[in-house]
Design a protein around this ligand. Structure first.
Ligand code: PLP
Length: 408
């Protein structure tokens, strides 16, 4: 048995298993995390080969060391980190990786440690105060890549990241000018919001970038379009990722700095959504409500708090002939908020003792687990089957398509 260490506290990692039914037969009491390294490798290769620029992995989407390592091995050389703990983690797991500290509001101590101990040279900022802080913390370094974060519309995103960070249009000119004076390389970055459903969001944001460049009359070395690349979930049908890449590339080429600037992106979700799913057990059924052994304080935060719908499948010997019906889930803690409205479509005869696989939890699922009320994850098992949906495979085998997954 291969033991491994993890920032997420993942337990032992048993031998490779072909499918979730084999695991369900062992009747695990705690939720089992099913990981699919091949799916994350495929996603990384896709970005490395098809995005016409540099792809930084946004570590917050899933900071598991195994994942960081395999992304590095698959050609992801740059990592978007947002805290000193993420800096230390990636430096430990992938010592030759380049780290970019892309949180616009950082602790001065974190900047100093990142710069002097971990050789971090790229920082983002959205205010003059943060610029002064970065310069102070690095003893007025002259080798910095400073990325000014612009506020852009998040209208096309399922999860907005538009309100908290980003310089407003009237602040941008002075900020770009000051950052240009201080930086060795100047970047402009933004985030159109997570699970962005239309490539036009990036085109619109790059329009803002163009205005900012023209107004400030500065040369720019990096254009960073951030994250937001979508994955596939029930009821969400994004265009193929190539359509996003093409739209971004065309809009980038039209910028006055494209001849000399590098194009960067910071995918989080798209690189890891397919990496993990969860096998849970039904502990009680009350009508159309299933009480399961994981929930809002486990890997299902988004299912509970932003009504995210994840694909589900019954994992039972012989399956079920019953018609699908809509269920909601309650998690294991004693808290009313530990509720996932769904709807989750499952055979009408689901009952106590059944196992359910909940798919596409590699991004912002496993990463958000807590130990509240004593409930946490059990084993992690490496799978060789396909995820329930994929943005990278044309046709998935039959099992991978439960009725509530939207096929492109
Ligand atoms: C969260 C985040 C990302 C990743 O976003 P996804 O929607 O997961 O692709 C990238 N960059 C920054 C600055 C972020 O905060």
């Amino acid at each position: 048995m291969h033991k491994h260490h993890s920032a997420l506290g993942l337990a032992a990692c048993p031998v490779k298993t072909a499918n979730s039914l084999e695991i369900a037969r062992q009747r695990p009491v705690q939720p089992v995390t099913l990981i699919r390294p091949h799916a994350a490798r495929r996603a990384a290769r896709f970005f490395v080969e098809k995005f016409k620029g540099r792809s930084l992995y946004a570590v917050k989407a899933n900071p598991s060391p195994e994942l960081i390592k395999l992304l590095w091995e698959s050609g992801i050389t740059h990592f978007d980190v947002a805290s000193i703990a993420e800096v230390r983690l990636v430096a430990d797991v992938a010592p030759r990786a380049t780290l970019c500290f892309m949180h616009p509001v950082k602790a001065e101590e974190a900047i100093r440690e990142a710069y002097f101990t971990y050789n971090v040279r790229t920082f983002s900022l959205d205010s003059l105060e943060e610029l002064e802080k970065i310069m102070r913390a690095t003893d007025q370094a002259t080798d910095l890549t400073l990325c000014v974060r612009l506020r852009v519309p998040n209208d096309h995103a399922k999860l907005s990241l538009g309100a908290k960070f980003g310089a407003a249009p009237h602040e941008v000119k002075a900020l770009l000018f000051a950052a240009r004076q201080a930086a060795d390389a100047l970047g402009i970055c933004f985030h159109v919001g997570s699970q962005t459903m239309s490539p036009s969001a990036y085109v619109q944001a790059l329009g803002r970038v163009r205005n900012a460049i023209v107004e400030a009359a500065v040369t720019v070395d990096v254009i960073d379009v951030g994250g937001g690349f979508p994955s596939i979930y029930p009821g969400m049908e994004p265009a193929p990722l190539e359509a996003y890449f093409d739209a971004i590339h065309n809009a980038f080429e039209a910028l006055p700095v494209s001849y000399s600037a590098e194009l960067w992106a910071e995918p989080g979700r798209a690189l890891c959504a397919e990496y993990a799913s969860l096998l849970v057990r039904v502990e009680r059924r009350r009508g159309d409500q299933l009480f399961i052994n994981d929930g809002a304080y486990g890997a299902l935060f988004d299912a509970a708090h932003v009504a995210w719908r994840f694909p589900v499948a019954l994992v039972r010997e012989g399956g079920s002939d019953a018609k699908d019906m809509a269920f909601s889930f309650y998690g294991p803690t004693c808290d009313d908020m530990d509720h996932m409205a769904g709807p989750f479509m499952l055979p009408a005869d689901v009952d106590v003792g059944d196992y359910i696989e909940i798919g596409m939890l590699g991004a912002y699922g496993c990463a958000m687990r807590t130990g509240f009320n004593g409930f946490t994850a059990g084993e992690t098992v490496v799978m060789s089957d396909e995820p329930m949906a994929s943005a990278y495979v044309e046709a998935l085998p039959e099992r991978a398509l439960p009725s509530n997954v939207v096929k492109l």
